[in-house]
Write a protein that binds this ligand. Structure first.
Ligand code: TRP
Length: 338
């Protein structure tokens, strides 16, 4: 087993999509073979902007758990847990708040963008504003050293590492471990509409749980080249979402290359390339769907897996907290005090 602990997670606000797969799920399926890996369902973080809709978060904990197991995150190799079931994370986050200024939080680029996008302005809640601190606690409570994430999460890791360094320096310890982000080598998957990012809130996503006919319909709406009007017209491959997806999911690279050349020359219609992509995506998704359908029949098993993973994580987290509390002179119950 290689050195280093992997920690990563997702907010349970909806089922996971192909963008999640390309951005980090694929990495996790690999990493679990050589690292101790923790994957977290971040229900507390999801509640920061869904606190008035707890049932949505509750329902999606199961959906995300199903997605994890269906894509091949193996609970015998990876510890999958629910954030709220680790009270040590909340305790640690409270301690960390001493090391972070409000101004620093407001300057976090991801937070800044989200505040703008959600229109919170000055009325942003404290809970939302501090979620990067909470996320620092997610990572460090299990001493996560490697964090497979999408690029948008880089500011979170940067901020977490600032906290780690300040904590260790302030108390003269090396209790906390800095984390390295692991960004997928596969280029980011655009949305169906050609927007830079696939996202549920933009309504441009293909979900891992979409049935075959839904995938077909979605691919048929995909953005291609608006100037490619007649089949005989030469078409553009750059920015053409169908080709972006074929590049990632079609294993026959030579044929994709030929298709691109043909499309550029003219004489290749959008429907032909879309039909090919539908087949490619459905072949990719079919085994995931089959596993998901079997697991959906046994939600108790899925929840039991998440609870068992949470129990394991609590034990590791409590170990870290003993060191943290000792560093902060909060180890009242430990007999051999210095
Ligand atoms: N913020 C992440 C997202 O929106 C989810 C997340 C929460 C996370 N805690 C984490 C990711 C810790 C990596 C590590 O997708």
């Amino acid at each position: 087993m290689a050195q280093g602990i992997v920690l990563t997670g997702d907010r349970p606000t909806g089922p996971l999509h192909l963008g999640h797969y390309v951005g980090s799920l694929a990495n996790r399926v690999e990493l679990q073979n050589s690292y101790k890996q923790y994957v977290m369902i971040a229900d507390v973080q999801a509640l920061t902007d869904n606190f008035d809709n707890p049932q949505k978060v509750r329902d999606n904990v199961l959906q995300v758990g199903l997605d994890y197991l269906a894509v091949g995150i193996d609970p015998h190799k990876t510890t999958i847990f629910i954030q709220s079931m680790i009270p040590q994370i909340a305790e640690l986050a409270i301690f960390y708040l001493n090391f972070v200024t409000i101004n620093r939080l407001k300057r976090n680029p991801t937070i800044k963008a989200e505040i703008a996008q959600k229109g919170y302005g000055e009325n942003v809640t404290a809970g939302f504003l501090i979620y990067p601190v909470h996320q620092a606690a997610d990572i460090t409570v299990v001493k996560g050293a490697i964090v497979p994430i999408g690029e948008d999460q880089l500011p979170m890791i940067e901020q977490a590492n600032e906290i780690v360094r300040t904590f260790n320096r302030t108390y003269g310890v090396d209790v906390l471990v800095e984390a390295k982000p692991l960004i997928s080598e596969v280029p980011r998957l655009p949305g169906l509409d050609g927007k830079a990012k696939m996202s549920k809130s933009l309504g441009n996503a293909i979900f891992l749980c979409d049935p075959a006919d839904v995938v077909s319909k979605k691919v048929m709406t995909m953005y291609t080249d608006p100037d490619h009007i007649r089949v005989s017209d030469p078409g553009k491959v750059e920015g053409n979402v169908v080709f972006s997806y074929l590049d990632i999911f079609d294993t026959n690279k030579d044929e994709v290359k030929e298709l691109k050349a043909h499309y550029r020359r003219g004489g290749l219609g959008d429907v032909v390339i879309k039909k090919r992509l539908i087949d490619v995506l459905n072949a990719f998704l079919d085994p995931i769907r089959t596993r998901r359908a079997a697991l959906e029949k046994d939600p108790d098993y899925v929840m039991a897996t998440l609870l068992a993973g949470s129990q394991q994580t609590r034990e590791v987290a409590e170990q870290t907290m003993r060191e943290v509390r000792a560093a902060m002179r909060l180890d009242y119950d430990v007999r051999d005090k210095r």
